[in-house]
Design a protein around this ligand. Structure first.
Ligand code: IVH
Length: 682
């Protein structure tokens, strides 16, 4: 190949990668794909083929190299045992009454007397259909087009709330039905969703647009270990088929039965008789306020006719059953003026643009600011200062700007550009090639320090009770903290002079800080906030480097040799410790009595996080010997088996895994790696 041909190919690869990233962005971040899955797959395949032919053109940030980038997911199709209907919507109490009137007209007088309703939350996630055969979870699928869904059994097996066997509690003396097919919703809790997105943004990765996208994106991974590491939850809300189980005559009974089998059924369900219909409308109204206190997103309620016989008689029109109605709360959107765009500095130095809004009421809460994600988001949506913008608030999730109202412009709107310098410290802001995020290059930036301290003391890191963002801000502003080690040498006498820092408070804080000194070293490593080194990676690394003093001198090759640690992570660690002040930090921690080396191999936690799961370990794992892996699983309440069967929950596979891996694939048993096992146990 000539030099000019090579340069053309290089350009083609770069362009393809850019197009793929753009479409991933439309799909994941905006939930608004421009091209079909097939067209996307074709682009992805083209890039893969080009890279295979020219491996030197494959960059570490190529979409083909990104775990989790697999939206080219190809799953088998499953035909549902019955059409998976959708629901008709209502938005006003009047429509509820009209629905009830119609039901009453369609039913006989005798039926009207027995008419009752079950009201339950309308969960906002991904609809799934779960099959149990002789009590064993045998198949799971997405709703798809209602007739066919995608078979995602292996990924669903990683959802912890999904019992792999029913009844989950054998001791209850209940027999398993010969066949059970249920419908449910896989979702993410609001706090988990916000935390996940925050981490993505801090790592310079893209965030998911909404909890539903998160659930869908997490379940449609080709690699189950990615799904396993996602905080997915499940509610089951409909029994579609029950064979050789109790005869069920009502939905209410069905829910109780599913619950007794150990399936997660939402406790927030209510039953009303037809006489009590005025209470249904009152309940619906009252729930509108209450739903914000629920840990998961609810965009409405579903009202169902309780009697299964009546349900059958009422049937459906088009795709909607006559016996159920979704009462949707008005979208939590509002229109307001975007007064300004300011940038906030995060712990890694990543700066995120935030909207300053003319205050506006959104579902009962005054909103004054909203996230704008990153530079590309603003540019791609052409959001300008002075625009009228649509904003959305979903539960606890930070409000976001959805789009500008282009037609409302009067020409005075200003196009925004990312500032060249950090608004807090004045250092240059840079955007690394191929990344969405922009960074403040000054490690000593005070705002970075506040965020770094907040992260250090946080629950996933050193977990210091009584220490949060307020203390971080205060102590940095007072000049008590200049680097992370200063957390262990605070001037307590001066702190006692501060308002609100009485004896009790100070004592608690001191005790919290003292207790954190003996945390396992993977927590300290996490707490340093090195890019790409979160809790899971930190644990992996400290299995190999049992002292942070050794890690300081680690070479990229040594780090790369650890399975699960790629070049990006290795480079990030080496870069971090190439900075003299970061090396000195470890010395300081040690001098201050903070644990920087493990006494003995990290003892497994005594939790029962793997209870009910059966594992088969095969191949060579990066840090565990076979015996150590078995001990680890048992210490966390899991079971270990020697051979793979349909009863196996997970196969943990390492290097050179052989026939057991093949067997797992044949049976659709999810295969995970050591890192995923650790994260499940954590
Ligand atoms: S009942 C035939 N109950 O909402 C009706 N659906 O907009 C069966 N959904 O995809 C559905 N929460 O899967 C029912 N408590 C609930 C629900 C629920 C969420 C989903 C449903 C459907 C969508 C309809």
């Amino acid at each position: 190949m000539t030099a000019s041909e090579m340069s053309l190919t290089r350009q083609a690869v770069a362009e393809l990668a850019a197009r793929i990233r753009y479409h991933q962005y439309r799909y994941y971040a905006l939930d608004d794909p421009e091209i079909s899955d097939q067209a996307f797959d074709a682009l992805f395949e083209e890039l893969r083929a080009l890279e295979a032919a020219h491996p030197d053109l494959r960059t570490p940030d190529s979409p083909t190299q990104r775990v989790g980038g697999a939206i080219a997911a190809r799953f088998e199709k499953t035909r549902h045992p019955a059409l998976m209907l959708s629901l008709a919507n209502a938005f006003h109490p009047g429509e509820l009454l009209a629905w009830r009137d119609r039901l009453r007209r369609l039913l006989s007088e005798a039926e009207r007397d027995r008419l009752a309703y079950v009201v339950e939350p309308k969960f906002d996630g991904l609809t799934v259909v779960l099959h149990y055969t002789d009590g064993v979870f045998s198949l799971g699928a997405t709703r798809g087009d209602g007739e066919f869904g995608e078979t995602i059994t292996a990924n669903l097996r990683t959802v912890r709330l999904l019992p792999l066997q029913i009844p989950a509690d054998r001791a209850a003396g209940l027999a398993a039905p010969a066949r059970l097919v249920v419908r449910g919703e896989v979702y993410v809790e609001k706090a988990d969703f916000a935390r996940f997105n925050q981490r993505q943004l801090e790592a310079g990765e893209r965030a998911y647009a909404n909890p539903r996208n998160f659930a869908a994106g997490s379940l449609r991974q080709l690699d189950s270990s990615i799904t396993a590491a996602r905080p997915l939850k499940l509610w089951v809300y409909q029994a579609l088929i029950v064979e050789r189980g109790p005869a069920l005559s009502s939905h209410w009974e069905a829910l109780a039965y599913l619950r007794s089998l150990g399936l997660p059924v939402c406790p927030d369900v209510q039953r009303f008789t037809d006489d009590e219909f005025d209470q249904v409308t009152a309940y619906v109204e009252a729930f509108s306020a209450r739903r914000h206190d629920l840990p998961y997103e609810v965009d409405g309620l579903v009202i169902k006719v309780d009697s299964l016989l009546m349900q059958e008689e009422l049937g459906f029109t088009g795709k909607d059953p006559r016996w159920a109605l979704a009462y949707k709360y008005a979208a939590e959107e509002a229109i307001t003026t975007l007064q300004d765009i300011v940038v906030n500095v995060g712990r890694t130095g990543a700066v995120t643009p935030n909207a300053v809004l003319a205050p506006v009421q959104v579902s009962g809460v005054m909103v004054k600011s909203a996230t704008l994600h990153n530079e590309d988001y603003i540019r791609d949506l052409d959001i300008r200062i002075g625009d009228q913008v649509v904003i959305k608030r979903a539960g606890e999730v930070i409000p976001k700007v959805l789009r500008p109202l282009v037609d409302a412009r009067d020409g005075s709107e200003q196009v925004w550009a990312m500032p060249a310098t950090c608004p807090v410290c004045g250092a240059p802001l840079v955007r690394p090639a191929g990344e969405a995020a922009t960074y403040c290059v000054n490690n000593a930036c005070p705002e970075q320090l506040v965020r770094a301290v907040e992260y250090f003391v946080g629950r996933d890191a050193m977990d210091i009770a009584g220490f949060g963002i307020k203390q971080a801000e205060l102590f940095v502003a007072q000049g008590f903290i200049h680097d992370l080690a200063d957390i262990y040498q605070l001037p307590w006498e001066q702190i006692r002079q501060l308002e609100g820092y009485g004896d009790k408070r100070v004592e608690n804080l001191m005790a919290g800080i003292e207790a954190s000194k003996d945390r396992p070293i993977h927590r300290l490593l996490t707490a340093l906030g090195i890019r790409f080194v979160g809790a899971v990676v930190a644990e992996l690394i400290t299995q190999h480097f049992t002292s942070l003093f050794d890690l300081v001198d680690a070479t990229p090759e040594q780090l790369n040799a650890i399975a699960g640690i790629g070049p990006k992570i290795a480079e990030s660690i080496v870069e971090y410790f190439s900075v003299a002040s970061n090396r000195a930090l470890i010395e300081e921690f040690a001098a201050l009595g903070v644990r920087v080396a493990a006494d003995a191999p990290a003892a497994p936690a005594d939790g029962q996080s793997l209870a009910g799961l059966t594992f088969v370990v095969t191949g060579t794992l990066p840090s565990f010997s076979r015996d150590a892996a078995h001990a680890f699983i048992k210490a966390h309440g899991g079971k270990v088996a020697g051979s793979v069967s349909s009863k196996t929950s997970f196969v943990v596979a390492g290097e050179a895994a052989g026939s057991k891996l093949d067997k797992a694939r044949q049976l659709g048993v999810p295969v995970i790696d050591e890192a995923a096992l650790r994260s499940m146990a954590a």
